[in-house]
Design a protein around this ligand. Structure first.
Ligand code: FE2
Length: 120
């Protein structure tokens, strides 16, 4: 993401980053890739020019690959990123199952209500 107002952007600091700083930097890089995807897709959606749309979508897809590279790097650097990602995926999978098989919202014939469960 451009940082034209930061006069120190792109300059190498007097020291190397710590591991914690590197992890935070990579997280910021992921955010930059996601922002880039958003921008390219928004620009694609905002034009009728077929060549421009094709190029912008192609670039957006390349940025998606970069997200995958950076997330994999985070996984290696932190050693625990995959566990958090798996937990998040599992939470969504649980929601998907609830939506695919929603709980009966209204009691009908043959559907036990709380009252019938209490008396049974
Ligand atoms: Fe990128």
């Amino acid at each position: 993401m451009p940082e034209f107002v930061n006069p120190f952007s792109g300059m190498v600091p007097e020291r190397k980053m710590t591991m914690e700083e590197l992890v935070r930097a990579i997280r910021l890089d992921v955010a930059g890739e996601l922002e880039a995807i958003h921008g390219y897709m928004a620009h694609s959606d905002a034009t009728d020019n077929p060549l421009a749309k094709a190029v912008l979508i192609d670039i957006a897809n390349e940025e998606r690959v970069h997200v995958g590279e950076l997330v994999r790097l985070l996984s290696i650097l932190t050693g625990e990123e995959d566990e958090f990602l798996k937990k998040g995926a599992a939470e969504v999978d649980t929601m998907v199952k609830k939506i695919a098989h929603p709980v009966q919202a209204t009691a009908g014939e043959g559907v036990p209500s709380i009252g019938s469960l209490k008396s049974g």
